[in-house]
Write a protein that binds this ligand. Structure first.
Ligand code: ASP
Length: 330
């Protein structure tokens, strides 16, 4: 039975949206952030605001994000229509995907933030919060998993990237485009993302702590010397290869040797598009690397692949389970 009046729960973390500016005192609370949003009270959506983890996006941990998802999940189980999370934009593309992987509800889990501080001219936080609450409460957005709403665009956590360091239009989904838009206050969903069985959210915290996954971005003339001994310190590796998933020929045997000890996932460093599976044959090509045991990351960018691999390792998945999960979600 529902115990809560229908509405939206807003969980406020840190980030630019909460930074009052130099010499202006402490970080803004969730109540202060929402009080500054024109039109929010008139929406007619009951809003319950809670403060959690007031840290910059760059300091968030997997464990904290899973705690936020658990809070959000409880709110939905108690009757909330949807949840909004405000946070720093630096890690939004990763936290959103982590939440999406474990989010079991139809109710929207919406993440937002701001590129400009509240005291700056053209601050984008208020408009982003307003749009995020509209999406969280919208019937149209149900069943779409975790969504990222900024600049009146609705992005799937699965595809969204932060593509600019300062521009308020920083968030884009280069491989797919936005799922929807907020137009004249209406949530217009144009696409529905594919949904998969959620992964378990109740991850053992010690296991999560030790499920370290490294990311190696391949660069010109890269011999991969810094990967030496990685199997002793990490449980998995994501390789951000050139273009369609290529590495220098000299690096291929090193990656193959690592793949004998831990899961190594191949992605592209380009920022959009997928890695290939069987188009090129040269040493260091995608075909060669797959033969050497690397797992195909598909369309997942390096950062999202790292999130998925760490979560899988933390939930005890073996190599086959990991390969299957990447085949399904990559
Ligand atoms: N450095 C900030 C953060 O992620 C940037 C932002 O919020 O836009 O906390």
């Amino acid at each position: 039975m529902r115990e809560r009046a229908l509405g939206v729960v807003l969980l406020a973390l840190g980030g630019t949206i909460s930074v009052p500016g130099q010499a202006r005192g402490a970080r803004l609370s969730g109540a202060e952030i929402t009080a500054a949003v024109p039109g929010l009270a008139e929406l007619g959506v009951p809003l319950e605001v809670r403060d959690v983890h007031a840290v910059p996006g760059g300091s968030l941990t997997f464990a904290q994000v899973l705690d936020v998802v658990a809070d959000a999940s409880r709110a939905v189980a108690e009757g909330a229509d949807g949840v909004v999370v405000t946070q720093g934009t630096d890690t939004l593309e990763e936290t959103a995907f982590l939440a999406d992987l474990v989010w079991p509800h139809d109710a929207p889990f919406v993440l937002t933030g701001a590129m400009r501080q509240p005291a700056m001219a053209g601050a984008d936080g208020p408009a982003n919060v307003l749009a995020a609450v509209r999406v969280a409460a919208a019937r149209e957005a149900r069943g779409a998993g975790a969504l990222v709403v900024l600049n009146d665009e609705v992005h799937a956590a699965r595809w969204v990237r932060k593509t600019h360091s300062t521009n308020p239009a920083a968030f884009a989904s280069p491989s797919a485009g936005p799922l929807g838009h907020v137009v004249e206050g209406r949530v217009r969903m144009l696409l529905t993302p594919p949904r998969h069985e959620p992964l378990p959210a109740d991850v053992d915290r010690e296991r999560l702590e030790t499920a370290r996954v490294a990311l190696h971005v391949v660069t010109l003339d890269d011999d991969g010397a810094r990967l030496d001994g990685l199997e002793a310190t990490h449980r998995g590796l994501v390789v951000a290869g050139f273009g369609v998933g290529h590495v220098p020929d000299v690096l291929a045997p090193r990656l193959g040797a690592l793949a004998a000890h831990l899961p190594v996932v191949l992605t592209s460093r380009t920022g959009s598009g997928s890695v290939l599976r069987h188009t090129y044959e040269a040493p260091g090509s995608e075909t060669d690397l797959r033969r050497r045991g690397l797992i195909d990351g598909g369309f997942l960018d390096p950062y999202k692949a790292r999130v998925l691999l760490r979560l899988l390792l933390a939930t005890g998945a073996g190599r086959d389970g990991i390969a299957e999960a990447f085949a399904l979600r990559g």
